[in-house]
Design a protein around this ligand. Structure first.
Ligand code: PBG
Length: 331
């Protein structure tokens, strides 16, 4: 050859050398599995748009958590589908709430598993919005920020009192982290960390989740509180504010379409950072794999590795059990 060739392929020749030079390694420590709990007994109700995922009654969720703990997955995040819904989401903060019941059952069974709870009102309100709805001065019905804060804080305290190890507000109200921190502290729950869904976008990719949690908004959409997908600088401001208000960990959500945001958040703030590979991202891969158009395992690993490469310390993913198994097998 008359010209020099830079031999990049040398370090790709065998699985062993590839393994040695691999920069990003998925670990079980990265994984958080979302679970949906609903009333009943021995209920394991498949979620059609999320193959392999189920709504579970408390007893089944506790069994599931024991299995998850034994697999070496460190954490789950709980979502509740309550018996009753109303305008303000009363069922979200009662001692007998579905998440509260699940927390007690799971914490009794599992001594190591970290149980995170999603703090939001959309699963508990009959209108499906993430807070209390009121008429704005222009006559439009919208979520009222400040009255919602009180309810979110009440829910977070109730989760923590029932055993939640971490609370994760996902509502996107302004000031919720400060409100929750203040109430946790007042209730002597100073040790309970807050994982803030800090940069949460108004995404079409939550579609399957809203079936799973039975929480689609009954009017309008979430664009007056969740972020505009076009904005990145604003995400840094959201994260900065949540940190200033006392967030211990921050989250970017969804993941794959927002890897640039994830990267900037991790680089700028250096806090433990989570990314949520959301229901629609999961459903797309599952649908394509079911059609034989892509390879399920290859693509699931590729997607979650990319999320970690972009800066995630933790990944909320419906693939957590699969990944744990694949990691055990040496990927
Ligand atoms: C509750 C909440 C949502 C998700 C997590 N918490 C739905 C939403 O905001 O509409 C989405 C998770 C997923 O899609 O997997 N506010």
């Amino acid at each position: 050859m008359a010209f020099p060739i830079h031999r990049m392929r040398r370090l790709r020749t065998t699985p062993t050398i590839r393994r040695m030079v691999r920069q990003t390694q998925l670990s079980k420590n990265d994984l958080i599995l979302p679970l949906f709990v609903r009333p009943g007994n021995r209920v394991r109700h498949p979620i059609p748009s999320m193959p392999g995922q189920h709504q579970m009654s408390v007893d089944v969720a506790a069994d599931e958590c024991a299995e998850i703990e034994a697999m070496g997955i460190p954490a789950v995040i709980l979502f509740g589908i309550p018996e009753t819904k109303d305008a303000v989401g009363h069922s979200s903060w009662g001692d007998q709430g579905i998440v509260q019941q699940a927390l007690r059952a799971i914490k009794q069974r599992c001594k190591q598993l970290l149980v995170i709870t999603d703090v939001c009102l959309c699963e508990y309100t009959d209108h499906g919005h993430c807070g209390m709805v009121a008429e704005r001065r222009d006559g439009v019905k919208d979520v009222d920020n400040d009255s919602t804060l009180i309810l979110l804080a009440r829910q977070a305290v109730s989760h923590a009192q029932s055993g939640a190890d971490v609370v994760a507000p996902s509502d996107m109200m302004d000031g919720r982290v400060a409100a929750i921190r203040a109430e946790l502290d007042k209730a002597e729950l100073r040790d309970v960390p807050i994982m803030a869904y800090a940069a949460k976008y108004a995404s079409g990719f939550y579609g399957p989740f809203r079936d799973a949690a039975e929480s689609p908004p009954q009017f309008g959409d979430r664009r007056t509180y969740q972020m505009d997908p076009a904005n990145a600088d604003e995400a840094l401001r959201e994260v900065e504010l949540d940190i200033a208000e006392g967030a211990d960990m921050v989250m970017v959500k969804p993941a794959i379409n927002y890897l640039d945001v994830l990267w900037r958040v991790k680089q700028r703030f250096g806090l433990p950072t989570a990314a949520y590979h959301v229901s629609g991202e999961f459903a797309m891969l599952e649908a394509a794999a079911a059609n034989g158009w892509i390879d399920r395992k290859t693509c699931a690993i590729e997607a979650t590795t990319a999320i970690k490469r972009a800066g995630a310390d933790m990944i909320l993913t419906y693939y957590a059990k699969d990944l744990a198994k694949w990691i055990d097998e040496g990927i």
